[in-house]
Design a binder for this molecule. Sequence first.
Ligand code: SAM
Ligand code: DTB
Ligand code: SF4
Length: 330
Amino acid sequence: MTETTRTDWTRAEAAALFDLPFADLMWRAQNVHRANFAANEVQFSTLLSIKTGGCPEDCGYCSQSAKWGTGVKAEKLIDVAAVLDTARAAKEAGAQRFCMGAAWRNPADRHIPALVEMVEGVRAMGLETCMTLGMLSDPQAEALAGAGLDYYNHNLDTSPEHYPEIITTRTYDDRLDTLARVRAAGMNVCCGGIIGMGESRSDRIGLLVALATLPEHPQSVPINALVPIAGTPRGDAMLVGEKPAIDGLEFVRTIAVARIMMPRSVVRLSAGREAMSDETQALCLLAGANSLFVGNRLLTTSNPEADRDAVLFARLGVVPMAMERASEFA
Ligand code: SAM
Ligand code: DTB
Ligand code: SF4
């Protein structure tokens, strides 16, 4: 069975996939995965927060919004040299892509020269580059693309109808506009969302349909499990038990449906691995996830230690994705 790349997915089709018996869904997802990728290869990315905290946006899940009392302190953009030192260490530890994140609504033009130096320096080490800096203007997108930025991460986060309950300071359309600018500048799009924010299955369907009906599928699709941060509305809702954490099998189903709907996209099992059992992570990979964050830090929260990951990857027979192949899918 082969599945073609379609951008006309409907919610009814996505709902029918979610409703499949678990084994049938996993069978479909594995077939799509194996038709498009080497079965056991996983792309490894490492994250660094290059500008932490003090963000003017009100994303209801985020430790870095100035609106919530999370204890994360506002810092300035860090030095290029510090970024390059961390990237070198990430490369030595096996990362293939280095992702730099900033807690901004959008970058200021005065920051662009330093950001360009970071991209050029990281690329010169033979790492792929990714940045997530908030909204971009056309000239900013062009400057970053000109520096060789391989990917720009900007998430839709949830369905259009659930979105206003999560963020009020920028709209879904603002996000779609930024994605269009990134595409127009010729960069690969990294775009996904967060599962476990109290959304319904219909919202998970809405998110995946929004992603799969973009003019082109994002080359990289991060599926994050909410990391609950005390002091944020979404984190507190989970931590005080008002909204339960996402069920592991429903998270696996979400990954499998993403794999089927976006057959040639690299799907990342993104934030939230630390709280997941090895078995749930294994099911996510079986469902078609083929990218992970490695390194003990995400942006402000922790990720599994290298030792735990090394044991897991060895037990599963997971190997790093060949770089040529990673680029071929870009
Ligand atoms: N400020 C930029 C922006 O929002 O576009 C870039 C950084 S922001 C932290 C990148 C993404 O990380 C968010 O869109 C969200 O999907 C994810 N994220 C942030 N906090 C999270 C959390 N607590 N749990 C899971 N994912 C999270
Ligand atoms: C994405 O989708 N997930 C990453 C990356 N893009 C920038 C961020 C995860 C952040 C998890 C919470 C934290 O460490 O602050
Ligand atoms: Fe700011 Fe990004 Fe966090 Fe939203 S997700 S508050 S934009 S850092």
